[in-house]
Design a protein around this ligand. Structure first.
Ligand SMILES: *Cc1c(COP(=O)(O)O)cnc(C)c1O
Length: 380
């Protein structure tokens, strides 16, 4: 089956019990045994749950992986993945990853003896120089948040394989509709399903997809041991969202591309970051490895923090809110919102300035979106 069909039919659908077309929400903590020592396949919902299983199978098939796991949040998925490592292990991570990822690594996992090097992942020599005898993992995010930097996944995996490192990709921004990391030999994919996979800003969730039996067993062990799994109702919401993922992603991209092209010509706009623009430094790589450029556009306004604030206050269709990937357009200010957990000098070194705005371009009529940006930018 092809992507659009899998998004609607993957996993056990229709439901075995009564043929329900909408996956039933098995809102139960525990399951009656058939006989002593004999279950019907499920015993306790932390370990596994039938609603969760359909979501896990669906995400795994969309990514082309072996097995999927659904978590309470994207951060729960990431925290669980970090427990594949041991004290003393070293991780090389992109320097412009999601703010919460940086915080988990720097302010939580370091206290448990993991070590991290953060660097820009656009140069083979730079990555290779950072590899040490105790390096175990390469953590990639592409396109990155909020600057939409592109990592050459083929190059990163090539380095990782030579040095026996596990490669993990946070595929939240691209989604498997635009990027299939397993085609390039990546070992693990993580998602915040909160974003495009769910797509309606009504749930927080995460996912991990594995490629090998060894990783599958270990992640299954960890999700049960750590209790980081998603609830049946949240899984159902994400499942419903995924059914329209292909049509949504197409429209997100159309609208984002129009917004990026509109912003490029504005006198009150300094720089525009969108991998679909030919001027974007990662454009060629993105074109080669992705089927589309996604729905997020970032830009810097002219004229310092006051003009950013004025712009954000004037928006009417775009809401000033964190998060992204929903049908409704959102604007956010990384320096005071999503990336406030990064120290200022670190943020600026990574290129996340106080003038930067990130737009999650939704599915509204494009003319309304551009008119909204126009009226908010004009008086700057
Ligand atoms: C939002 C986000 C996360 C964290 O996910 P939550 O569901 O908010 O816990 C991780 N990575 C990226 C790229 C994100 O955008």
């Amino acid at each position: 089956m092809r992507f659009e069909t899998l998004a609607i039919h993957a996993g056990e659908r229709p439901d075995k019990a009564f043929g329900a077309i909408s996956v039933p929400i098995y809102q139960t903590s525990t399951f009656a045994f058939q006989d002593v020592g004999k279950t019907r396949g499920y015993d306790y919902s932390r370990t596994a749950n039938p609603t969760r299983k359909v979501l896990e199978d669906t995400i795994a098939q969309l990514e082309g992986g072996k097995a999927g796991f659904a978590f309470a949040t994207g951060m729960a998925a990431e925290a669980t993945v970090m427990h594949l490592l041991k004290a003393g292990d070293h991780v090389i991570s992109g320097d412009d990853v999601y703010g919460g990822t940086y915080r988990l690594f720097q302010n939580v996992m370091r206290d448990f003896g993991l070590e991290f090097t953060f660097l820009r992942m656009d140069n083979r020599e730079r990555i290779e120089r950072a590899i040490r005898p105790d390096t175990r993992m390469l953590w990639l995010e592409t396109p990155s948040n909020p600057l939409l930097n592109i990592v050459d996944v083929e190059m990163a995996v090539d380095i990782a394989k030579k040095h026996n490192l596990m490669t993990v990709i946070d595929n939240t921004f691209a989604t498997p509709y635009f990027l299939r990391p397993f085609d390039y030999g990546v070992d693990l994919v993580v998602h915040s399903t909160t974003k495009y996979l769910n797509g309606h800003c009504d749930v927080v969730g995460g996912a991990v997809v594995t490629t090998t039996d060894e990783l599958t067993q270990r992640v299954q062990f960890l999700i049960n041991a750590m209790g980081t799994c998603a609830s049946p109702f949240d899984c159902w919401l994400v499942l419903r969202g995924i059914e329209t993922l292909p049509v949504r992603m197409k429209r997100h991209e159309e609208n984002a591309s129009a917004v990026a092209n509109y912003l490029v010509g504005r006198p009150s706009v300094n720089k525009v970051f969108y991998p679909g623009l030919e001027s974007h430094p990662g454009h060629e790589i993105a074109r080669r490895q992705m089927k589309g450029f996604g729905g997020v556009v970032s830009f810097e306004t002219e004229g310092g923090t006051e003009s950013v604030n004025a712009f954000l206050r004037r928006l009417k269709v775009f809401s000033l809110a964190e998060s992204l990937g929903g049908v409704a357009s959102l604007a956010e200010h990384p320096a005071t919102m999503s990336h406030a957990s990064m120290p200022k000098e670190y943020r600026e070194k990574a290129g996340i300035t106080d003038e930067l705005v990130r737009l999650s371009v939704g599915l509204e009529n494009i003319d309304d979106l551009i008119e909204d940006l126009e009226q908010a930018l004009k008086p700057i």
